[in-house]
Design a protein around this ligand. Structure first.
Ligand SMILES: Cc1cc2nc3c(=O)[nH]c(=O)nc-3n(C[C@H](O)[C@H](O)[C@H](O)COP(=O)(O)OP(=O)(O)OC[C@H]3O[C@@H](n4cnc5c(N)ncnc54)[C@H](O)[C@@H]3O)c2cc1C
Length: 532
């Protein structure tokens, strides 16, 4: 029987940070479990190989949603990272924290201690900002945040196009205000991806005698002694064994796997657990509820030139030259994260933004043909604060089976109209003079929509995830019956058990979700070290 002070069930954005911070104290022992393999592939570390990472066979959980009623019953592909670094090892590296208002909203929803002034020190603590010096940014932290080393001229044209359409230029979306268009900063160090593993689990950290990292090891269940978490059952190479946690089990599997393992352990909505034949340890109706995600619509034109990124054979000589350049200098096109520029806007024309743009100098093809050979430009837009809420439910009691993922996209409120308005705004920007020498034919939608009904048809046929699921073990006040964890991430009704990852966010931040997840882990690591 192995025993550790803490067992962490997943080495993703949150788990890697926690393992690193907790083992700074040599008297604390930690076992970090990761279902996937080590993060030793070039596809992870070379930024431009992001398509290979997203579609890789074994670095990825390869989830699909259940058929989405409001999206013509399509099942959407949901990649999630399955390796050291988790989704931060396959993501697009865009470094965004969201708006200051987002954290005030969390606080109002019961996440006491997560207001903007509370969380800013933890964003700063995690960060090693390479270019900006001001009160918003940190230096010397594990997560390296850089300007892109290479920006495609078409990405620069996007910024000019946005300004031509009345948006202001913004050089730092993580400063005082998100509104406007500009270059994205990326989680990269010296031209290589800085995943949570690259940042927090350096060889030095992994060699600490008080840290045991077990890869290709699936946590199948939290062992419950009544309502106390006493350890974790794991499966490695077909064999199961139990590991004991002297202090606590920290569940860090992300927004899909964390509610799954809680439910497999008897923690969740009692009725669903009984239907699945699982005996109830803690009746927590909020587990697997409150699923939120950013739904994305890409408007695209084919290009007149070959400046865009493409898998077309005509680009091969350039790609080979760039590969050599990258090998020797860590510079050039291979450092691109594809989504090099973007921005935030309000479809209402005023106030806080309600949509975000990611400009990609390429035609991004769907799941079945990700390596597009067409040259072109795509402007992605998504609704920052959707009203729709979905669920994660068990499909079976086998921990190796995928759970049922039902985000219920576009099922509520203004989501559809804002999605349409965002796509219309994207089309308008792509039609700006800055793209006159590039824009050829409209590619997506295929025909120019004449009215909102035609835009709606396009959205329902083509919208895809932007990979930001959160909220399925939401943080909240004790009086909220749907809260799963308290503001210290302790699971209500249980002892010795916390959930610490994107699943605890009560509401989507208006932006990408990696930096906020790491911020949460930094904050809870501090609380744990202080005995809280
Ligand atoms: C394709 C893609 C692009 C994205 N682009 C961006 C971006 O550009 N910028 C941004 O900010 N965000 C982006 N995101 C989102 C961001 O990466 C995630 O929100 C963030 O990484 C979530 O962190 P997490 O710790 O909650 O989960 P994860 O990082 O997914 O970590 C969970 C880890 O737990 C492991 N695990 C799960 N269950 C078990 C188990 N039972 N036993 C053992 N191990 C287990 C998993 O294998 C994984 O390693 C993107 C995500 C994806 C998938």
């Amino acid at each position: 029987m192995q025993e550790f002070d803490y067992i962490i069930t997943g080495a993703g954005s949150a788990g890697a940070c926690l393992a690193s911070r907790l083992t700074e104290d040599p008297d604390v022992s930690v076992c970090l479990l990761e279902a996937g393999p080590r993060d030793d592939r070039a596809a992870i570390h070379t930024p431009a190989m992001i398509v290979d990472a997203i579609y890789s066979e074994d670095l990825n959980w390869h989830y699909d949603t259940v058929p989405q009623k409001e999206l013509n019953n399509r099942e959407l592909y949901w990649p999630r990272g399955k390796t050291l670094g988790g989704s931060s090892s396959i993501n697009a590296m865009v470094y965004i924290r969201g708006g200051h208002v987002d954290y005030e909203a969390w606080k109002a929803l019961g996440a006491e201690g997560f207001g903007w002034n509370d969380v800013l020190p933890y964003f700063r603590k995690s960060e090693d900002q390479q270019s900006i010096q001001d009160q918003f940014h940190g230096h010397g932290g594990p997560l390296c945040v850089s300007d892109l080393r290479y920006i495609n001229p078409l990405s620069e044209a996007f910024v000019r196009a946005g300004v031509e359409r009345g948006l202001k230029k913004n050089n730092d979306f993580n400063g005082s205000n998100r509104l406007g268009v500009g270059p994205y900063q990326v989680t990269q160090r010296d031209g290589k991806r800085c995943s949570a593993a690259a940042g927090y689990l350096s060889p030095d950290v992994q060699e600490r005698p008080n840290l045991t990292v077990m890869v290709e090891t699936l946590a199948t269940k939290v062992l419950m002694d009544g309502t106390r978490a006493s350890g974790v059952r794991v499966k490695h190479k077909g064999n199961e064994h139990d590991i004991t946690a002297r202090r606590e089990v920290l569940v860090t599997g992300g927004a899909i796997n964390s509610p799954q393992i809680l439910m497999l352990s008897g923690i969740g909505p009692a009725e669903h657990l009984r239907d699945m034949g699982i005996s109830v340890a803690v009746d927590l109706p909020g587990v697997g509820e409150n699923l939120q995600d950013h739904l994305d619509t890409g408007v695209a034109f084919t290009g007149k030139t070959t400046r865009a990124y493409s898998y077309n054979i005509r680009s091969l000589p350039k790609q080979m030259a760039e590969a050599v350049r990258y090998l020797f200098t860590r510079k050039g096109m291979l450092t691109s994260n594809a989504a090099e520029t973007g921005g935030f806007a309000s479809t209402r024309g005023e106030g806080e933004p309600d949509i975000q743009f990611h400009f990609v100098p390429a035609i991004v093809a769907p799941k079945d043909e990700p390596r597009s050979k067409i040259y072109g430009i795509t402007l992605h837009s998504y609704v920052l604060y959707p009203d729709s809420r979905g669920t994660i439910r068990l499909a079976s009691t086998n921990p190796e089976d995928h759970p049922l993922i039902d985000p219920q996209y576009l099922s509520k409120g203004h989501d559809l109209q804002t999605q349409i308005d965002g796509a219309k705004m994207a089309l308008d920007i792509l039609q700006a003079p800055a793209f006159d020498d590039e824009r050829k034919d409209l590619h997506a939608p295929q025909n120019m929509p004449k009215n909102d009904a035609e835009w709606e048809t396009f959205v329902r046929e083509k919208a895809e995830t932007l990979f930001h699921p959160i909220g399925t073990c939401k943080m909240g006040a004790k009086k909220d019956p749907m809260a799963v964890v308290d503001p210290h991430c302790r699971v209500y009704g249980a002892t010795g058990l916390r959930v610490i990852d994107a699943s605890v966010m009560p509401r989507l931040v208006g932006g990408n979700t990696n930096a906020p997840t790491i911020m949460i882990a930094e904050k809870i690591a501090d609380l744990l070290k202080a005995g809280g």
